[in-house]
Design a protein around this ligand. Structure first.
Ligand code: EPU
Length: 429
């Protein structure tokens, strides 16, 4: 059993390079099967969610060639299966993009219902609403979700809520439908724009991505392309958060400044000094932090995927901070682990009240999900003593080489193997 072991108290210095965006990549890979020709994708993050998505695409018949650590060629000409009922599908939320991609390609798709994640049930009613408006009949039964259409015809979809997944899935289904589809109240996240840019590079006609009104004019064919995925906004935000908490001075390379503005604005309010260049950002923090209130919102608001990390920082700010989570119902499960480390945090529904500054002390903790894991690493970096983090498979789903990257910045962090004998866990070196 692998765990991450962090000894706190070191400031961070140096440079770190950001990988490709997980949430763009997990949509762009399924989107690639819409092309009739080979597609080359660059800047793919080396994370376990991507390995899993590649495995699922191969099970569907796609041929995937690894051209480099971050570069793949996907040939979907032999994909003839519109059913993805493999065990892996259930374990990955992003596999719901197969529903839109297979529906867009074959007019027919059936996938094992993607499970919820550790912080939410994650409904797909808006995805289904969109597919239905395009003329598809949809059914959830026996653990499967099926979408079928004699012919997909463009229509006007007004989403009830802003959903990244529903926006991308509808784009995938509409890109080859006949006529024009409009999506109102669309999600504006950078990864939505990246998926649209990727499809446009294959010959799709998608306009308005990045605004709340997207127009998709269906095309008959999608050709091959070579495309580079945008850098990961949340990975970059996590390193900004780490150095804000520990103190130090780092430069984060391979970023898009605009995508980081909502995060940088809050970290500056807390006390960090941040300077953007063309494709990098430098941050200096002296560790003297101010309280602040944060409300998570869809882009360009403060991202929910940075909420656990900012909570960890605010345990070190003087005064009382309030975090309101407006995207997910249950995204404070990790708080009990921070409390075990000494944090003073009260949670009431979608609100957390953090009293700072508290001294954190290292403990044995478990990641409840990906971003919860990032918050525990940050907490470990500022704790007295040693923190041992379990369930790191969640962290490996979305952060490429986080142990190595933080270690290069001067953190005392390592991956260690543990053996569980008679319910007692021993370090195995
Ligand atoms: N929702 C519905 N009905 C739907 C779809 C969504 O009610 O049909 C609700 C959800 O329950 C939630 C809200 O709408 O309350 C927003 O959900 P959204 O669909 O935007 O989330 P998602 O597409 O499932 C993506 C990211 C998440 C990120 C959210 C919000 C991927 C693979 N995942 O999820 O990322 O939190 O958008 O920005 O893109 C992460 O990276 O750690 C992560 C969880």
């Amino acid at each position: 059993m692998k765990k991450i072991v962090v000894s706190g108290g070191r400031k961070l210095y140096g440079n770190v390079k950001i990988s490709g965006a997980k949430n763009a990549a997990v949509a762009i890979l399924p989107a690639s099967i819409l092309s009739e020709e080979k597609v080359v994708i660059e800047n793919i993050p080396d994370i376990s969610d991507i390995s899993l998505m590649c495995k699922i695409l191969e099970q569907l018949g796609a041929e995937i060639k690894v051209l480099g650590k971050h570069e793949l060629e996907i040939d979907a000409k032999n994909v003839s299966n519109c059913e993805a009922d493999f065990e892996d599908v259930k374990h990955m939320r992003a596999s719901c993009y197969l529903l839109g991609a297979l529906l867009g390609k074959f007019g027919n798709s059936c996938i094992a219902m993607p499970g919820g994640c550790n912080f939410e049930l994650r409904p797909i009613d808006q995805h289904i609403k969109g597919f239905s408006i395009l003329g598809s009949s949809c059914e959830i039964s026996g653990g499967f979700v099926t979408a079928k259409a004699k012919k997909l015809v463009g229509g006007n979809v007004y989403f009830d809520i802003v959903s990244v997944g529903a926006t991308i899935n509808l784009i995938l289904a509409a890109v080859k439908a006949s006529g024009v589809t409009t999506i109102e109240n669309a999600a504006k996240e950078p990864h939505v724009v990246d998926v649209a840019n990727f499809l446009n590079s294959m010959g799709a006609d998608i306009r308005g991505a990045g605004t709340d009104l997207i127009k998709i004019k269906g095309v008959k064919h999608l050709k091959g392309t070579s495309y580079s995925i945008i850098p990961d906004q949340i990975e970059a935000g996590t390193y900004l958060a780490a150095v804000t908490a520990t103190g130090g001075n780092i430069t984060i390379e391979n970023i898009i400044p605009k995508h980081l503005e909502p995060i940088a604005a809050k970290l500056e309010e807390i006390g960090a000094k941040i300077k953007f260049s063309d494709d990098s950002v430098s941050i200096v923090s002296n560790g003297n932090l101010n309280k602040c209130n944060v409300k998570t919102m869809p882009y360009p608001g403060f991202p929910t995927d940075m909420q656990p990390q900012i909570t960890a920082i605010l345990t070190q700010a003087i005064g009382t901070s309030v975090i309101s989570e407006s995207v997910w119902d249950h995204r404070f499960k990790y708080v009990s682990e921070l409390v075990r480390m000494g944090a003073k945090i009260l949670v009431d529904g979608r609100v957390a009240i953090i009293e700072g500054k508290t001294e954190l002390t290292g403990a044995n903790v478990k990641a409840a999900d990906l971003r919860a894991g990032a918050a525990l690493i940050i907490s470990g970096l500022i704790s007295k003593g040693t923190t041992v983090i379990g369930n790191i498979n969640f962290i490996e789903r979305g952060y490429e080489g986080i142990v190595e990257k933080l270690s290069n910045l001067g953190a005392d962090i390592k991956l260690a193997k543990f053996e569980n004998l008679n319910n007692v866990t021993y370090a195995a070196g």
